[in-house]
Design a protein around this ligand. Structure first.
Ligand code: EPZ
Length: 416
């Protein structure tokens, strides 16, 4: 069974380390294919999505050694260029292997990832950028087959600052002859981290973190050793958990510089937040304040991955809040589960209207997706009585030890 059971309304106290970033390490693992040698990654979170990416890389011919949070990837000898459908179904971000495979081997086969519970999640931006690079891409019966002879660097435009498409564009451009200029890039921290990682391979890029990134086509000349930064969404999740339980916690290894808007919203809700280096401390108010209007946006705006968690948090605030979800078309699935716990959330299109309640009551609920499941954990920690959350395999895709971590902060929470 993949259940989590929580006896709620216990304030969280104590210190907690923040895990390595899921959304930073996955593109780095894909990028390791660019190097005909060994790549070392440190602070790698032990989560299901990382294990899935390990299996994908091993199927391509890489050999991977793991020792705790350290991972060594030897991609010297690749003997396949196909990412199988069952992996694509398990993890849509497997699409980001396309770019490095084409740069390295000149060919790649994958499949259209199905949508998931947060939206359709097409991959048209990825396919377009490969074609704009002069790479032949055949799409038939859900299968994507890409073949690249020698391809020249060029000017690329992204219609939307898609994080994954930006990452794929950068990695594909490494295999081009000459320079590629990518405009309309995502500015997320995970792009900055990827380019820092590529620099460790001797692959120079300019502009990461802005909307224009220049990539000079080149071979990887060095075996990188790179420490993955802390996970800003996992850190935000734990801070929200302390906020809703009236607790006081301190996080270590937090990517503070990447969390500005998350911390601003926590302060707006009445929390006292102190950030120093990689430490963040939070003291919750007796009762959280509502946020009249909060909208998700591409970085540096409020991250869509925090939306479900703050939906749960604002259910308990004094007053009414509105959250507008601008990135995914279906990311309010968790509202129905929160309402089963006594929350008052009304979803209208891209807006969730929240009437704060004094308390939630424990109930049986079901996780629909990774961050929605984390939101139910946050709600269960605050609720009166016992909450049982089903289908928590979604949560373990992105949170390394959420149950143990919360237990160490005083929560009565168990895996069942
Ligand atoms: C990354 O997904 C993250 N995943 C997501 O985190 C995150 O929510 C998202 O970026 C936005 O910040 C990883 O990094 C592994 P997008 P990605 O391409 O790259 C549409 C989590 O919980 N779109 O920026 O897939 C798409 O449907 C996960 O950790 C197209 O239309 O996101 C969405 O509406 C969830 N066509 C929007 O763009 C495309 O070809 C943003 O998607 C690609 C995307």
């Amino acid at each position: 069974m993949n259940d989590i059971q929580i006896l709620g309304s216990l304030p969280l106290y104590g210190e907690q380390r923040v895990q390595g970033s899921k959304n930073a390490v996955l593109p780095m693992m894909a990028a390791s294919l660019l190097h005909k040698g060994t790549t070392v990654l440190e602070n790698v979170p032990q989560i299901e999505d990382v294990s899935c990416m390990v299996r994908i890389l091993e199927k391509l011919g890489a050999s991977i050694q793991r020792d705790g949070h350290r991972m060594e990837i030897d991609a010297a000898n690749l003997d396949s260029c196909e990412i199988s459908l069952d992996y694509v179904r398990k993890m849509r971000s497997s699409i980001m292997v396309l770019g490095p495979l084409l740069a390295r081997l000149g060919q790649a086969v994958t499949y259209y990832p199905g949508g998931c519970s947060i939206g359709k999640r097409p991959v048209d931006y990825h396919v377009k950028l490969l074609r704009d690079l002069g790479i032949a891409v055949e799409e038939k019966d859900g299968r994507i087959e890409a073949r690249a002879g020698r391809y020249e660097g060029t000017q690329l435009w992204l219609a939307f600052p898609s994080v994954g498409a930006t990452e794929n564009a950068i990695m594909a451009a490494v295999g081009a002859q000459g320079e590629t200029v990518i405009r309309g890039c995502a500015r997320e921290p995970e792009i900055v981290e990827l380019c820092l990682f590529l620099a460790g391979m001797g692959i120079e890029t300019v502009g990461a973190g802005t909307d224009t990134i220049r990539v000079r086509g080149q071979e990887s000349g060095k075996s990188p050793v790179y420490r993955v930064c802390g996970d800003r969404i996992a850190a935000g999740t734990y801070l929200a958990a302390a906020a809703v339980t009236g607790g006081e916690i301190c996080l270590n290894d937090a990517p503070t510089a990447y969390m500005k808007t998350i911390l601003e919203v926590l302060c707006a809700c009445g929390c006292q937040v102190m950030a120093e280096g990689s430490r963040i401390s939070l003291k919750a108010p007796a009762r959280l304040r509502a946020v009249p209007y909060l909208e998700t946006a591409v970085y540096p705006g409020f991250p869509t991955d925090m939306q479900s968690i703050f939906l749960a948090l604002l259910c308990l605030a004094r007053g009414n809040s509105v959250i507008q979800e601008n990135i995914f078309e279906g990311r309010f699935e968790t509202a129905a589960e929160l309402n089963r716990m006594g929350a008052k959330v009304r979803v209208e299109g891209r807006k969730a209207h929240i009437t704060g309640v004094q308390s939630l009551k424990g109930a049986e609920v079901t996780a629909r997706d990774l961050r929605g499941g984390a939101a139910l954990v946050v709600a269960g920690l605050a609720a009166q009585g016992t909450t049982t959350i089903h289908d928590c395999e979604h949560v373990y895709r992105g949170y390394e030890e959420i149950v143990k971590d919360l237990q160490s902060l005083g929560a009565r929470i168990e895996k069942h």
